[in-house]
Design a protein around this ligand. Structure first.
Ligand code: ZN
Ligand code: ZN
Length: 672
């Protein structure tokens, strides 16, 4: 009877699915007198630890034994280690030794793992020392756990010594050592050497090697290794796909994506994210649709990525469609999804809906508040931005640095100098936020735009941190608005010293000289730009029509309907002249010959986008344009007139803010 029960125990245990069943079995074992059998209790303890993670009952069973042998001790030590109680595992190891039960090759791997969990260098070294005196050190499981221990301590030197001294190595010991080189110290040379020597290379080690090369940006070797693996798994494809995205090689990424035999949600998210990062929003949306046709369920990451793409190019219609998809898919409760929606709507200039989404969110963290405040601020609704800032504080959500950039920008856009000063001082005194360089930039912008140029300059001189190009750039911009050549020269001198890479600043300086009629100086700046090989960033605007994003670069003719677009521009120019619009040519980039200046103005990218919008949408439709640079004076006054002449609302988001043109005026009140 006893013997039979003992023999059938492993089978019986396999069918024991609840702790209650296990307890019944334990009771049965006690009645049959098997409670002192190390074999029986050891099996029960192991099952209790692995299947139910219940170490307190496992310990009870163990504790009732008079002389548990090393098998039972091992099951208890392993149980504690596997159930995230490494300290207890080590404690039991110590009492096992005081009770003079000899540890064996099954004891040590788990004891060493416990040391690894605790990163207990001292204890680990002691155990290694004990092993040194026995044959056990060379056991493949024991040695591998030692390698893991040293890898965990980032000590590849000893890890390698243990590895080298192993008489017999298995796939795991090779893998652990190679992964150590890759993950601990990115030593791809050492890793590759072992990898070449490894007799049978499994997928784990191949994945690690490829990931390691991708991490150090060596696409060449990563691709070569990848091509050499005959049977790739999904993880490997995904790793490679992510590598292409990281390196901006979107065409290769798409090629690999199409080749993949299977794709999971990570695959789709990686590809969509890569496209969005590279402003290929149409293609990203296409994949988003394809993903659903293939019955892969998008998750939060997918919709957040697609929404950020929509926000980037101002694709409101697509964003709205994603929103309805989210509602149908019941993602709504997620803070991050809600925040992404708020961000998308505000960046598309639809503040009412942004606020509606914000109000509906059941849970709002600081990122949600920041998105809303930034939205109001960018759209020129400064009062609302400040109101929400106070509400945020009222609800006990601590503002952070990002919040304060939004708040200070709001003050800048509305010329609220006193309020701005108050908020800036509050950062330090009430909110415990140390102002960063961007906050100083905002303050210089605020003071400068309001015409307080001298104060702005003094503010820069008093800064506790070294001003960067943004700070001097803000002063320069203010000097342009208020035609102050002297301070502009101070600002540009600092900008040149800071080795500016953005040619835009020199262009502004030349405009300041041009406005003052100082043509000799204009020529000098022009020479400097040539000498430095600086080119002005190319203007680029996008507009979404019928769910497709259309991009226009200044003067380019790449769009399939560009002939009609240019005809429309001619028509617009004619109407503008009739309405009395005089082009302000000083804004044109000066490398253009004088007589071409007015022409070039007509072909600024936002004008091309508006012309396209006018010919491809129904009457009365709002045109939404996103521009990568600041809108120039001429385009700004042209847009105002176009909104009146063609009875269209035009929303332009430029690099710093929104302009809502309607009936001949702009929401910014010409203050930008
Ligand atoms: Zn322009
Ligand atoms: Zn405006």
């Amino acid at each position: 009877m006893q013997k039979q029960l003992a023999l059938s125990l492993p089978n019986v245990l396999q069918k024991t699915r609840t702790l209650k069943d296990l307890k019944t079995l334990h009771a049965h074992i006690i009645t049959t007198g098997l409670q002192q059998s190390s074999f029986a209790i050891g099996n029960l303890v192991a099952h209790c630890a692995t299947a139910f993670g219940n170490m307190s009952y496992a310990y009870q069973m163990f504790d009732q034994m008079l002389e548990p042998n090393s098998f039972v001790w091992n099951t208890v030590i392993r149980g504690f280690q596997q159930n995230q109680e490494p300290k207890k595992a080590l404690l039991f190891f110590d009492s096992m030794r005081t009770r003079t039960v000899p540890p064996d090759r099954f004891t040590f791997p788990f004891v060493i793992k416990a040391c690894t969990d605790l990163k207990d260098r001292w204890k680990g070294l002691c155990i290694h020392g004990q092993l040194f005196k026995t044959y056990i050190e060379s056991d493949v499981f024991v040695a591998t756990s030692l390698i893991e221990f040293y890898v965990g301590l980032e000590d590849m030197r000893i890890a390698r010594r243990v590895f080298d001294e192993m008489p017999l190595k298995d796939v795991v010991s090779w893998t652990v050592t190679i992964c150590g080189y890759v993950n601990v110290c990115s030593d791809m040379e050492a890793a590759h050497q072992l990898f070449d020597e490894m007799p049978v290379k499994d997928l784990v080690v191949c994945n690690t090697m490829i990931g390691g090369y991708l991490k150090i940006g060596n696409m060449g070797v990563a691709t070569e290794l990848f091509d050499r693996v005959p049977k790739k798994d999904l993880l490997m494809y995904n790793t490679m796909l992510g590598g292409y995205v990281k390196n901006g090689e979107i065409e290769y990424m798409l090629h690999l994506f199409d080749e993949m035999p299977e794709r999971d949600v990570v695959t789709w998210n990686t590809a969509i994210g890569g496209l969005v990062q590279n402003r290929r929003v149409n293609k990203a949306i296409e994949l988003f649709h394809r993903m659903q046709l293939k019955n892969v369920r998008p998750n939060e990451v997918t919709v957040i990525t697609v929404l950020s793409g929509c926000a980037q190019v101002g694709a409101l219609d697509i964003g709205r469609w994603v929103h309805s998809y989210i509602d149908r898919s019941k993602f709504g409760q997620d803070v991050m999804v809600g925040t992404a929606l708020v961000d998308m709507y505000s960046k598309c200039g639809s503040l009412e809906i942004a606020q509606h989404v914000f109000d509906q969110m059941s849970n709002r963290d600081f990122t949600a508040w920041n998105a809303m405040i930034m939205g109001f601020s960018m759209n020129g609704q400064s009062k609302k931005a400040l109101e929400f800032f106070h509400r945020m504080r009222g609800e006990g959500i601590a503002p952070n640095e990002v919040t304060m950039v939004g708040v200070l920008c709001a003050c800048t856009h509305a010329g609220l100098v006193d309020e701005g000063r108050r908020c800036f001082n509050a950062m330090h005194e009430e909110l415990g936020i140390t102002p960063k360089i961007e906050h100083y930039g905002c303050m210089v912008d605020l003071l400068g735009r309001a015409g307080l140029l001298k104060e702005a300059y003094e503010f820069i001189e008093d800064m506790p941190i070294t001003p960067h190009t943004g700070v001097w750039g803000a002063l320069l911009g203010a000097c342009k608005i208020h035609s102050n050549v002297e301070l502009a020269e101070v600002a540009i001198k600092h900008l040149i010293e800071l080795d500016l890479e953005d040619g835009g600043y020199l262009a502004i300086m030349s405009n300041i000289y041009a406005n003052a009629g100082r043509w000799d100086d204009v020529a000098k700046v022009r020479d400097l730009m040539r000498e430095k090989g600086i080119d002005k960033t190319r203007g680029c605007s996008s507009i979404t029509v019928n769910g497709e994003v259309h991009e226009f670069g200044a003067t380019d003719k790449l769009h399939p309907r560009s002939k009609e677009v240019y005809e429309m521009i001619t028509e617009i120019s004619k109407q503008l002249r009739t309405a009395g619009h005089v082009a302000s040519v000083t804004e044109v980039f000066f490398d253009v010959e004088e007589e071409e200046k007015e022409n070039a103005l007509h072909f600024h990218s936002e004008k091309l986008a508006v012309a396209f919008g006018l010919i491809s949408t129904d009457e009365g439709c709002t045109l939404r344009i996103v521009k990568n640079l600041r809108i120039c004076n001429d385009c700004h006054s042209a847009m105002k007139l176009i909104s009146q002449i063609f009875s269209r609302e035009i929303v332009v988001r430029d690099r710093s803010r929104f302009h809502h043109f309607k009936g001949g005026s702009c929401s910014c009140g010409d203050y930008w």
